[in-house]
Design a binder for this molecule. Structure first.
Ligand code: ATP
Ligand code: MG
Length: 350
């Protein structure tokens, strides 16, 4: 339980993405958060691909260099898992608290095929606790032990101690809730476009509804831009950030992005229509876009037009105080959309 006004220890969120590792340190005090550290390290190409760590040593090396440049004494981190290693399912049970609730949740989990196996680690989130119906809605989260252990071992081998393991979807949701008021009358899709994975978290009636991953991200755009303009990784990165605007043909750049993101658009359309039929929602009122995809020139406008859903760019630092002079490498507001996952991890009470 967090008490208003009490100062707690800062919390570090570490997000290991296919394109970059991101670190955020937040201090909670008097009901608000302050940004104490922010670091981003791009990984060499191919180190993590399609949610699989291909070069473990390279990831460890980059985590360590990120820690060294931020605070070499750092140990405790909150991390997240997502993708194939995680299964989620929603259950409704009678309202209970404490150990009784845990027992009921465990019982429910055991009844469900993907959860009753021996080789998963279970966690849960209470999504909705309704005194009127006397029911509560619980999201079960199961991680495959082998997957989880590999991941934890990597963090430990980098010299860190994972104190909480969350999921990307919940981190994105928590980052949103800390910074925005959820309008219960609107159906919202939090869409985080990463390099290999796009995570979509649907909110309905003011609560988490469901999440879906699309196995597609900005890598296709990255590769297409690199090929079209014959650029190496570094130059492609610069172009994708909207730098070097003058040296490449903007119409051709835009056309390349449109063509390369067709699969991503199709994946989003499938996820949205699945959500609509499964939830009974008529439409999605708006999309809150985060991840690197939110920063790629032309992409947000193009998605808005193709999906016919208004898009707002997520600012996960909206309600977080910071001293701009503390950050010399880049201005936090310029990279804010990239930080939904690490901010969401760092707002966890440890
Ligand atoms: N300022 C920026 N810094 C870093 N990447 C940026 C920036 N602007 C745009 N991008 C683009 O964002 C994309 C990476 O997005 P993101 O960092 O969200 O992916 P990731 O978290 O590493 O991957 P995943 O979530 O799929 O594991 C890259 O294609 C990169 O070119
Ligand atoms: Mg990511």
């Amino acid at each position: 339980m967090a008490f208003l006004g009490r100062k707690s220890r800062p919390v570090v969120g570490l997000d290991i993405g296919a394109n970059s590792i991101k670190l955020i340190k937040l201090q909670y005090k008097a009901g608000s958060y302050a940004l104490k550290a922010l670091a981003i390290k791009e990984l060499p190409m191919g180190v993590i691909m399609a949610e699989e760590i291909k070069d473990r040593d390279a990831v460890i090396f980059d985590i360590q260099s990120l820690i060294d440049q931020t605070d070499p004494k750092m140990k405790d981190v909150v991390i997240s898992i997502s993708g194939h290693g995680v299964i989620t399912d929603k259950v409704v049970i009678d309202r209970k608290t404490g150990a009784e609730a845990e027992q009921a949740i465990l019982f429910e989990a055991e009844q469900r095929a993907p959860f009753d196996v021996e080789d998963v680690t279970l966690d849960y989130h209470i999504i909705r606790d309704d005194p009127e119906t006397n029911k509560m809605e619980v999201l079960l989260v199961a991680a495959r032990n082998e997957f989880l252990k590999n991941y934890l071992d990597l963090i430990i081998d980098a010299g860190l101690k994972p104190v909480v393991v969350d999921t990307d979807a919940f981190a994105i949701l928590n980052a949103y809730m800390v910074n925005y008021d959820i309008d219960p009358l609107r159906v919202i899709a939090l869409v985080d476009i990463g390099f290999d994975v796009t995570n979509i978290t649907f909110l309905k009636e003011g609560y988490y509804h469901s999440t879906r991953d699309v196995s597609n991200g900005t890598r296709l755009i990255f590769d297409a831009v690199s090929k079209e303009f014959r650029l190496n990784q570094e130059l492609t990165s610069n172009v994708m950030r909207g730098e070097l605007d003058s040296s490449i043909d903007q119409d051709m750049f835009k056309a390349t992005i449109v063509t390369a993101s067709e699969e991503l658009v199709a994946g989003l359309e499938v996820a949205i229509s699945y959500f609509k039929s499964y939830s009974g929602a008529e439409k999605i009122d708006w999309i809150v876009l985060s991840g690197g995809g939110a920063l790629i020139p032309f992409l947000p406008e193009m998605l808005q037009a193709k999906l016919s859903i208004p898009i707002e760019i997520c600012n996960p630092l909206r309600n977080i105080e910071y001293d701009p002079d503390m950050f010399v490498e880049f201005r936090p507001e310029n990279v804010a959309p990239l930080l939904a996952v690490p901010v969401g991890l760092a707002v966890r009470r440890v």
